[in-house]
Design a protein around this ligand. Structure first.
Ligand code: PBE
Length: 270
């Protein structure tokens, strides 16, 4: 019984997502830093294409190696997925999703600032919205509104001490992934309960950081730090106000189905 050479079977290719994603940048670093990955390809397309490829591979029990992350519904839908160990720590350790405000927001719109600063929730909350949207086919925005209705206890903590306003406009920059569509929709809905008029603009990661740094938008709640978006963050860190994590326990890395009998990134063949 000859051992399967998974690396050869996947043609030394990691199935990735959008070129502008933090996980794409990080995986390119991994390909450089792990000698056994020198010469490997990161196939970049879209999250939808990655998920389709993963789904097909799992249906046929074929080898596949993808860039993966939490929060995401794929771990609920395919419970036998695993992260490969990352002994060099290229993908970091404890990752958070953080909120960043533009300079001056606190002075200009103190109640908006306070509410955004108080927004925080858990991996399970975010994943439940993503999974429900995936399973029912309902738009993330719709599911997020239901979540806010059903979780008023948590939401009321974000609203604590925030005064009602009359249509104060707030602009949030966000990324187009389901995770951030969920968080931005939830926050927008919670803010509307206090009378804010929130606009969410989904752009690529680089543009999110630029927009908050320039003060073109009021805030973002979509910053994956300290690692995933660090390159983008470093460029604007002196021009933004860091409001800290809104979600702790996020994760990115290289993910395979359980039947791919590998444990570590170092097990991949050159
Ligand atoms: N992600 C999901 C994004 C952020 C949200 C991990 C795919 C990334 O920039 O990699």
């Amino acid at each position: 019984d000859e051992a399967i050479n998974y690396s050869e079977e996947v043609e030394y290719t990691i199935t990735g997502i959008e070129p502008g994603a933090g996980i794409t940048v990080t995986t390119e670093k991994a390909i450089e830093e792990y000698e056994n990955l020198n010469g490997w390809q990161l196939e970049q397309s879209s999250t939808a294409a990655m998920v389709t490829a993963l789904d097909e591979a799992i249906s046929n029990e074929e080898p596949i190696i993808v860039t993966g992350w939490n929060p995401h519904w794929k771990f609920a839908k395919y419970p036998d997925l695993k992260y490969l160990d990352d002994p060099k720590g290229v993908y970091g350790e404890a990752e958070n999703i953080q909120s960043l405000a533009r300079q001056g927001l606190k002075e200009d719109k103190p109640n908006a600032y306070k509410l955004i600063d108080q927004f925080e929730w858990d991996v399970e909350d975010m994943e439940s919205i993503m999974y429900e949207s995936k399973e029912t086919g309902d738009d993330i925005d719709e599911v997020a509104k239901r979540w806010v209705e059903d979780n008023q206890e948590k939401v009321s903590q974000w609203l604590e001490g925030v005064e009602d306003v009359d249509g104060v406009e707030v602009e949030l920059a966000s990324t187009p992934w389901d995770s951030e569509r969920a968080s931005s929709s939830v926050l927008a809905e919670a803010m509307s309960q206090k009378g804010f008029d929130v606009t969410v603009t989904p752009v690529d990661v680089a543009a999110v950081f630029e927009a908050v740094g320039n003060g073109d938008v009021d805030a973002t709640i979509a910053a994956w730090l300290p690692l995933t978006h660090n390159d983008f963050y470093q460029k604007v860190k002196d021009d933004v106000v860091d409001l800290g994590p809104n979600l702790q326990g996020a994760k990115i890395g290289i993910v395979v189905p359980e039947y791919v009998d590998l444990e570590s990134i170092e097990d991949l063949e050159p």
